[in-house]
Write a protein that binds this ligand. Sequence first.
Ligand SMILES: *Cc1c(COP(=O)(O)O)cnc(C)c1O
Length: 429
Amino acid sequence: MKHNNSNKLYKKGLKHLVGAVNSPVRAFASVGGNPLFIKKAKGSKITDVDGNTYIDFVLSYGPMILGHRHKKVQKAITKALKNGYTFGASTKNEIKLAKIVCDAFPSMDKVRFVNSGTEAVLSALRLARAYTGKDKIIKFSGCYHGHSDALLVAAGSGLATLSLPGSKGVPEGAVKNTLIANYNDLDSVKKHFEKHDDIAGVIIEPIAGNMGVVLPKDNFLKDLKVYLASKRALLIVDEVMTGFRSKFGGAQELLGVEADIICLGKVIGGGFPVGAYGARNEIMEMVSPLGEMYQAGTLSGNPIAMAAGIATLTELKKQNPYQQFEEVGGKLETILLESAKKHNVDITVNRFGSMINPFFTTTKVTNFEEAQQSDTKKFAIFFWEMIRNGIFLPPSQFEAWFLSSALSEKDMKKTAIAIDKAMEAVSKK
Ligand SMILES: *Cc1c(COP(=O)(O)O)cnc(C)c1O
């Protein structure tokens, strides 16, 4: 398999782009070698600039849940393009997408669209502070909530991949109101409340996907919600990754928990830059122009992005692929475990619906510390052998693999063969 054109573009890209990428997770820092440059994608497959085609388990880190260029989405975008690209004024489709989203999340009466998950989360924190009149926020170690200053501590995959504790350029003042707790450990949350009386809320990935896939223990979220209510603090559920992916109504539908504030992104834009935050009326009425919390965006609710979002969510609801994801994910888990056993490789597989992650470790993975026990060198060998066998995975041990509803039986067979070869390669090193 040749990567000459990718390698050439990478060298060229280094001149005017930072590391030749526009998001560090796209660099191949932890697996070695140069990043691939992509030319196009269709359905379950993605093709690089050298003409190599791979089955895509990256799916742009989640958004492409229907696979690439689904014909209904393509049609909706083409139609929207004819009317113009952005107006700086409201359009009918914003109302339509808002209804689809609010219908999916019972605790959400109103929603505000923004342009990324990062923006959704930073606005949600501002809202939690505005509503409670308190300043401090608790986040969990290993959870990623975008790159806003206040949340770039103990922030999971991107930083973990590059072995960075946080980020330079984040002033102490920006994180002094951020407290860190351990995932799946309610006591670590309670400890903060015993010390501080100005905690506005807790932000969490309901199913963590940014330290690799890590599931919440039974009732962890429910207990957390009850505890927070007793402290008059808000539960901010970051469903940027899990919204419309773990279930149509997100992880909350599945876990039976209702958030006070919900953050969305990724799938909601169908491949275009859309994020959103929402809550019940009483909370959302704090937001400008109804209330005194300011938040704005020139391109927010962009008409092309709204069209893509509506088409994606409408098709997703119709397909209702969640049972299928569960089955395919289960199959993938079995394939990984059996192949690892055959080749004497230690792995732990965590999965949830359409998110799955093999960790190269012997221990169970229930939090960030345990995830970090994984052997990233083994992952790097595995990753490249998968590439050579036509499978595109996220280039990091700590990123979830995603399933799309376009994934076929044939794709799965090819994936199984690749996994077996990759495990064999790992066992030989
Ligand atoms: C991806 C992600 C974000 C950030 O979204 P961007 O669109 O990349 O800014 C925030 N939270 C979670 C849980 C995510 O997975």
